[in-house]
Design a protein around this ligand. Sequence first.
Ligand SMILES: [Mg+2]
Ligand SMILES: [Zn+2]
Length: 225
Amino acid sequence: MVKISNSRSVVFCDFDGTITTKGMIDEIGEVFVGQRWLELKRQMLARKLTLREGVAMAFETIPSSQKEAIVEHIRKTAVIREGFWQFMDFCDDNGIPLVVASGGFDFFVETVLSKYYSRLAGVYTIGTDVSGKNFHLTHTFVCDSCGLCKAKVMNEYPGKAHILVGDGLTDLHGAYESDLVFARAGLAEYLTKEGRAYNPYDTFFEVIDGVKEFLKSDVTVRQSK
Ligand SMILES: [Mg+2]
Ligand SMILES: [Zn+2]
């Protein structure tokens, strides 16, 4: 295989429902918020509430004292999508920065991936403050609807081709700013409805194959300059 260093591409990979098979925010919402979460989720999916509003309304009802129980629940239930570790190796081997951008919470991603942070080019999440009675969410890179806007995160990597891997509504604004999109589940449905192109995937092995194809054009672009 041709080794490509200093790739002009950056991969922005979602966490919930992408790196993990089930969205942890959904799992924790169902177990620790309950019925109210399902109701808020319906409103967010119907876009009657923004993601930022709905997620805050649900999770700021959880007492801070529950954090350890939530971490334990994540440890027990998080399942990593097939091929993700190989995808991380693939990015390393080819000098492609791998950024994890999640509309979920800091400690969800930390619980699952903290051992591998040195291999990631960046980790962007919604922050959680548990110094008060209940969870309090803190936001960076917001737009008028996202709790963490992936399009804004991408602005931190100017002059690069953007590759997005995602599965849901939190990925939509990032998808608009990407040169190559891998989509499944809700994200694939939104993009289909809007007539936008994407590569479907089920495992990260398909993402590796798609990125390899893309990198061939990446090399051609650079060599022709
Ligand atoms: Mg997701
Ligand atoms: Zn946004």
